[in-house]
Write a protein that binds this ligand. Structure first.
Ligand code: COA
Ligand code: ZN
Length: 310
């Protein structure tokens, strides 16, 4: 099928979740809500605000319920949260959030460390979660972490990424985010893997999730746009960073993404100045906060030692 040129994009802001979960400090709920309010004011319509994961796994997001309850009710806003299991879904439903995301990966080693399950076990765990969420009328997204490279298993074959993506879609998930979790993919990797996926999966169901570890995230966006992909995850100010790779940068920055898209003639509807203010404000909060988490030492109590990446 001919590739349609991308004229508009959906940007999913993941800073309050993927960004803050990887920062070493815990900031208070009020500061998170102020950040989310500024992101919405800048024009972001899709914001992943938190995670209903185990509070010991990600202490930074243990206030998930209060965050969701405090969200500004604005027209046209889509707030979402990560949910790892039924317990998380119960908490999400209690909060009133209307969009959730489940997450798995291509590699067993990674899912074991992240969520204490093999890939197959994660699908067994998600099946009732997705079923119940859809029955409740929620929008359900799925994440495929390590879609290109795994820190343990190296280069990932596109067939493995396709397989996990198709299994998520078969569960009823409405959108699948393809994650370059450790930021190792090159534009050539993106082209190869996504060309394969697009032979089997409709383009409007796929989102791209890049980390900027090697500074290639924008080039990877360009490679994705060339294939007609038009949903991108990013994080205001490039929040995040990997706790296992000191100095590594975080998610693709929303500021950079918006600037790049506008330069390509793709309107985003986002006010770049307001976005930069939001990014600067959260950076200030983070730099004023006392480091409370000694690496991810607080995770030691858990049976699992999750890699806090997605
Ligand atoms: N929220 C709150 N508590 C939860 C929970 C959730 N989503 N899931 C499980 N728990 C509680 C259980 O109630 C149980 O409590 P109890 O001991 O008081 O009975 C305890 O945690 C252990 O439950 P179990 O099902 O054995 O979980 P686990 O220890 O195997 O952990 C996960 C599995 C998925 C909950 C945990 O690994 C996790 O939250 N990981 C998140 C990783 C992440 O967010 N990574 C970044 C995103 S990619
Ligand atoms: Zn991520």
């Amino acid at each position: 099928m001919a590739i349609q040129p991308v004229k508009s994009v959906k940007i999913v802001e993941v800073g309050p979740r993927d960004g803050l979960q990887n920062e070493k400090v815990i900031i208070d709920t009020g500061a998170k809500l102020a950040f989310i309010g500024k992101l919405a004011a800048a024009g972001l319509k899709y914001i992943e605000v938190t995670s209903f994961v185990h509070p010991k796994a990600i202490p930074q997001l243990s206030d998930a319920l209060d965050v969701v309850k405090g969200l500004p009710a604005l027209p046209g806003m889509h707030y979402s949260a990560l949910v790892p299991n039924l317990k998380g879904l119960e908490r999400a439903l209690e909060s009133g959030i209307r969009e959730i995301a489940v997450f798995t990966a291509t590699s067993n080693t990674f899912t074991q460390r992240n969520i204490n399950m093999t890939v197959n076990e994660s699908f067994e765990a998600f099946q009732p979660v997705v079923q119940r969420a859809l029955a409740e009328g929620l929008f359900v997204r799925g994440y495929v972490s390590t879609a290109f490279y795994c820190p343990y298993e190296g280069k990932i074959d596109s067939a493995a990424t396709l397989d996990v993506t198709q299994r998520l879609l078969a569960l009823g998930v409405q959108e699948v985010s393809i994650g370059d979790t450790i930021g190792q993919a090159t534009p050539q990797d993106v082209t190869t893997t996504m060309t394969h996926l697009l032979q089997h999966v409709p383009v409007e169901k796929l989102a791209m999730h890049f980390h900027d570890t090697n500074g290639l995230a924008l080039e990877n966006v360009a490679a994705s746009l060339a294939l007609g992909l038009s949903i991108f995850d990013s994080s205001a100010g490039g929040l995040g960073g990997c706790p296992y790779a000191p100095g590594a940068s975080g998610n693709l920055s929303t500021d950079a993404l918006v600037g790049f898209l506008e330069s390509q003639g793709i309107a985003t509807g986002i006010d770049l100045n307001l976005l930069k203010e939001a990014s600067a404000a959260i950076r200030k909060v983070l730099s004023n906060a006392e480091p409370e988490l000694d690496d991810i030492g607080s995770l030691q109590n858990l049976a699992v030692n999750p890699r806090v990446e997605s």
